[in-house]
Design a protein around this ligand. Sequence first.
Ligand code: FAD
Ligand code: SF4
Length: 496
Amino acid sequence: MNRIIYVPHDLLNKNFGALKKADKKNDLIVLIESAQTINSKRWHSQRLQFIISSARHFAQELTDSGFNVIYQKSATTIQGLTQIGKQHKINKFLTTYPTSFRRLESFKDFSIEFVDNDFFITPISEFTDWAKSQKSFKMEGFYRQQRVKLNVLMEGKDPLGGEWNYDHENRNPVPKGYKSHELVEFKFDEIDNQVAQEISQLTTWGEGQNKYWATTRKQALKRLDEFLKYNFKEFGAYEDAMPIDNWSVNHSVISPYLNNGLLHPLEVVDAALKKFESGEIPIASCEGFIRQIIGWREYVNGMYWFLGSEYQYENQLAAKRDLLPLFDDPSKTKMNCLATIVTDIQERAWTHHIPRLMVLSNLANLTGVEPIQFLDWMRRVFIDATDWVMVPNIIGMGLHADGGVMMTKPYISGGSYISKMGQYCKGCAYDPKIRVGEKACPFTTLYWNYLDEHQDKFKKNHRMFQQLNGLKRLNDLGEVRKQASLFLKQLSAGEI
Ligand SMILES: Cc1cc2nc3c(=O)[nH]c(=O)nc-3n(C[C@H](O)[C@H](O)[C@H](O)COP(=O)(O)OP(=O)(O)OC[C@H]3O[C@@H](n4cnc5c(N)ncnc54)[C@H](O)[C@@H]3O)c2cc1C
Ligand code: SF4
């Protein structure tokens, strides 16, 4: 063997990247389990289980199909690669272009050749060309270009059905008693059990194991198939709904597998279009789902690389508050939405995009939590967290910490939005309509307080006109400010 192909834990697919070029006779395939990464944070245990077990299964599958594979635990990735290179007298290394600035930086002093990263549909250079040609980076413009380029849901030059975007038909709360398909659980095998035993020795966060998370490509394909069969049809309609007894609603729950290579975005698009062609899926659901994959996902990855490695430290609203205790311990709050969602994350390391955006990030933004602290928490606790997706979604979309580079206005709301789209408010100590007094909803109070505090920054933004106009009409702003100041203290102390 004369070459080492290094496979990181998030690029587990032999048909893409460096492995596409692998040769059974001449290549040694290496996966490294880095102690530095594992011990760097108090990770959600299910996240560690998923990442490690998927990689070990993948190494086993490669071995079974005749490749020479080493899966090694090491202090760091670079130390592991150096040691294996020496042992096998190989000094030629190949890998796929990394998915984060951090990994790229770690190879700075290590001689390794990169193969283009085709785990995404859009090459970084192509996205950069698009971004450079734009005055503002609206996802919708990029998405339309993707539809045309990939010839997806098109009728000649026009969008199928006459519209590019069917969101006006989506975004409904679920009707009373609504139940979507309950996802099947997978059985742990020997590898899963071994990983679970090792993780039980570490200091982690969240509940031990749950069996919703696929750790092989076969299981990931099963999950995709399950979505297409049972939940795709109503994906669009209830995409933004937050019921309390229906954890995945109609979402696909495939982000972990798209992010670690077990699934490729193009195969997901193909499978979704095939299902749509059967005639059972409304266009609003199909278009909504396709937009997530060829639009949002590709756009976020492109923006991550376009905005650069320092973007994660942006803090244009000068937010300085320490992470609120309720994020790590849901018993520290009486706010039913937060207590329920953080408990859900402890149970499954997952919640869909609206709780992530309109509850968790919304609260962090309204209370002025320092962006890097919130980003660090989200990275630790979500099953699908990776740098390229977390950084733009949190810094740009969730916290508006980039001053509006990615999104033209902040995604903020008071309790009324959460009350409309979710089912948390009925069981809550607070009332979403009230902004002052004992029953005041912290979201509602802090929303007005945020607009008041940042009005100078937003007054030239025409998209904020209506919200700032609402602020002008408040006749109890003094009381709201006092209530907000009390809430901020109490939230920092874990008392409400
Ligand atoms: C504040 C915030 C943080 C987020 N952090 C992550 C993260 O760490 N990892 C992650 O994969 N997604 C993240 N997302 C995007 C989105 O919430 C998840 O991809 C989605 O909830 C995963 O569930 P699903 O597979 O059922 O997605 P579905 O709703 O079924 O959507 C299908 C797929 O579209 C892609 N997608 C949808 N929205 C986005 C988006 N905004 N950015 C990138 N891809 C998207 C995902 O690959 C997802 O699997 C974040 C969104 C927000 C607002
Ligand atoms: S009343 Fe406010 S705090 Fe309570 S669940 Fe509703 S939005 Fe959340």
